[in-house]
Write a protein that binds this ligand. Structure first.
Ligand SMILES: Nc1ncnc2c1ncn2[C@@H]1O[C@H](COP(=O)(O)OP(=O)(O)OP(=O)(O)O)[C@@H](O)[C@H]1O
Ligand SMILES: [Mg+2]
Length: 432
C-alpha cells in the first residue's frame, strides 16, 4: 500500500457530473487540473497506489493519428526516471484515450511562483539541475518534450519533476497553427514559429525560459499577446531577471535564436554541476544523470513506482523493451571532468514497463470491432450503397420485392466488408 494512500491532495477538486469514474483498474477520485491537452485525474487502485490519468482531447479514430500516439507514448515510457514523472501506460482503445503516469504530489512551478514569488539561491540551482537532468534523460531516449514550461514541472517533496514529455508530439499538436498550444507560446523556440524542424534544442530553449520564469516571475519574452510574444522571440534579446553569473551565461546561450548555437541538455547539466563539484574525472552519461538527480534532491531511480496494471498490453516478443541504461547512447555524453560520483553505487534502472499497443492486447481487437461497428461514416456508406442497390434492383425487375432484397443484400455486404477491413487495418497500424 502506498504511503500516500488516503492522504488529502492539495488542489484536488471533485469529479464533474460527466467525468469518467474509472480508467483501467484505477478509480478516479478527483480532478488534478485541466490544460490544452485534456483533463488530469487522480487515480487510485485497490492497494492505494496513486497515479495521474490524463484523458486527452484527441480523436484517435484515424489510424495514422493512433499510430503516432502509440509510438510517441512507447518512446516516452523508455525515458529513464531521473527527475521525471514516469509514463506508465496508455490506453487508446476506449472512447477516450488516456495516459497514466506516476503521480507527483506537489504544486507546479507555475503555481509555486505565483503563490510564493521567485525561486532563489540554492533552490534555484537545484531546480535548474533537476529540470535539465530530466531533459537530458528525455533526450537520451530519443524523445522531445515539446511543451516544457512552468506548468509541466511539479515541485515534489523530494525535488522537481518534469511531466508530460512526449505527449504534445503524441497528440500531433506541435504545429504552430494549432490552437492547442497557444498557452505555451511564451516558452516556444523561434524555430517553432518558422515551421522548421523541431528537435531537442527547442526544449533547451523552453528550459531556459522556464528557469528565467522561476527566478523572475515572468518569461523572458513576455506573456501578453501571441503576436507580441512571437515577435520578441524571433527578434529581441531576452529580458532576464538578475541571475547568478553561470546561470545567466547559460540561459542566454540556451535562448539563442539559432538552435545550432544552443548547448545540449547534457552540456548544460555538466556546466551547472561543475560549479559545486571538485573536478576529478569524466562521467558516463548514467552517472551524470544520477549526479544531477541527487543534486536536485530527487529520489533514486529505483524508487518503487505503481505496478503496470494487468490490463496494460504486454510487449511483443519481436519488440523487447530495453532498459534505458542498457540501450546504446543516442548522443555520446560529453566527457566532462566533473566529480563526486565517488562513493555512490550505480542504481539499477527501474524495471522496464511493457510497450503500449493494441496489437498485443487480447481485448483490443474486440473493442476496436465494437468501435467500428457503430462508426457513423461506415453505416452511412452502407446505407447509401444499399439504397443504390435497391434502385438498381427496381430498374432491373420493376418489382418492389426483389428491389428491397437487392438493397438489403448490398447494405449487409458493404457494412460487413467495411467493418472487417477497418478493424484489420486499425490493428495493423497500431502495431506498426
Ligand atoms: N503526473 C502528475 N502528477 C501530479 N500532478 C499532475 C501530473 N500531471 C498533471 N498534473 C496536474 O494536473 C494539472 C493539469 O495538467 P495539464 O497537463 O492538463 O495542464 P497544463 O500543463 O497546464 O497544460 P498542457 O495541457 O499544455 O500540458 C497540472 O497543473 C498538475 O497540477
Ligand atoms: Mg501539463
Amino acid at each position: 500500500m502506498s504511503e500516500l494512500a488516503g492522504t488529502p491532495v492539495p488542489g484536488l477538486t471533485k469529479l464533474w457530473t460527466h467525468d469518467p469514474l474509472t480508467a483501467g483498474r484505477y478509480r478516479l477520485v478527483g480532478r488534478l487540473g485541466a490544460g490544452g491537452q485534456g483533463v488530469v485525474y487522480l487515480g487510485e487502485d485497490d492497494a492505494g497506489d496513486r497515479v495521474a490519468v490524463k484523458m486527452v482531447n484527441v480523436d484517435l479514430s484515424d489510424p495514422r493519428a493512433r499510430s503516432q500516439f502509440v509510438k510517441e507514448i512507447a518512446a516516452a515510457r523508455r525515458v529513464a526516471p531521473f527527475c521525471t514523472a514516469q509514463v506508465l501506460f496508455a490506453e487508446v482503445d476506449g472512447e477516450r484515450p488516456y495516459v497514466v503516469s506516476e503521480f507527483i504530489e506537489g504544486p507546479t512551478l507555475h503555481r509555486h511562483v505565483r503563490e510564493h514569488g521567485p525561486v532563489t539561491g540554492n533552490a534555484l540551482h537545484r531546480l535548474a539541475v533537476g529540470t535539465v537532468t530530466a531533459l537530458a534523460a528525455i533526450h537520451s531516449a530519443g524523445v522531445v518534450h515539446c511543451d516544457l514550461k512552468p506548468d509541466n514541472v511539479v515541485l515534489g517533496k523530494d525535488g522537481p519533476r518534469v511531466i508530460d514529455f512526449g505527449i504534445a508530439r503524441a497528440l500531433g499538436v506541435t504545429e504552430t497553427a494549432s490552437s492547442r498550444i497557444m498557452g505555451t507560446t511564451a516558452y516556444m523556440a523561434p524555430e517553432r514559429f518558422r515551421n522548421d524542424t523541431i528537435g531537442p534544442p527547442c526544449d533547451v530553449f523552453a528550459w531556459a525560459g522556464t528557469i528565467a520564469f522561476a527566478a523572475g516571475g515572468r518569461p523572458p519574452f513576455g506573456n501578453d499577446s501571441l503576436f507580441a510574444v512571437m515577435h520578441r522571440v524571433l527578434n529581441d534579446p531576452p529580458d532576464l531577471p538578475a541571475l547568478p553569473s553561470v546561470l545567466d551565461e547559460l540561459i542566454r546561450e540556451c535562448l539563442a535564436k539559432d538552435p545550432a548555437d544552443r548547448p545540449d541538455a547534457e552540456r548544460v547539466l555538466v556546466r551547472l554541476l561543475r560549479q559545486d563539484a571538485t573536478v576529478t574525472r569524466p562521467l558516463r552519461r548514467e552517472s551524470l544523470l544520477e549526479f544531477g538527480n541527487e543534486t536536485a534532491g530527487a529520489p533514486t531511480p529505483n524508487h518503487p513506482l505503481p505496478q503496470v496494471p494487468p490490463t496494460a498490453p504486454q510487449p511483443t516478443p519481436t519488440q523487447p523493451v530495453v532498459p534505458a541504461q542498457a540501450r546504446p547512447a543516442a548522443q555520446p555524453a560529453q566527457a566532462q571532468p566533473i566529480a563526486p560520483a565517488q562513493a555512490r553505487p550505480t542504481q539499477p534502472a527501474h524495471p522496464p514497463v511493457p510497450e503500449p499497443g493494441v496489437g498485443a492486447d487480447p481485448g483490443g481487437a474486440l473493442r476496436r470491432l465494437r468501435h467500428e461497428a457503430v462508426d457513423a461514416w461506415g453505416i452511412s456508406t452502407a446505407l447509401f450503397l444499399g439504397s443504390a442497390g435497391a434502385a438498381a434492383g427496381y430498374v432491373a425487375s420493376s418489382a418492389p420485392g426483389p428491389a428491397a432484397a437487392a438493397g438489403a443484400a448490398a447494405f449487409v455486404v458493404v457494412y460487413l466488408v467495411r467493418l472487417l477491413v477497418a478493424t484489420a487495418l486499425g490493428a495493423r497500424s497500431d502495431r506498426g
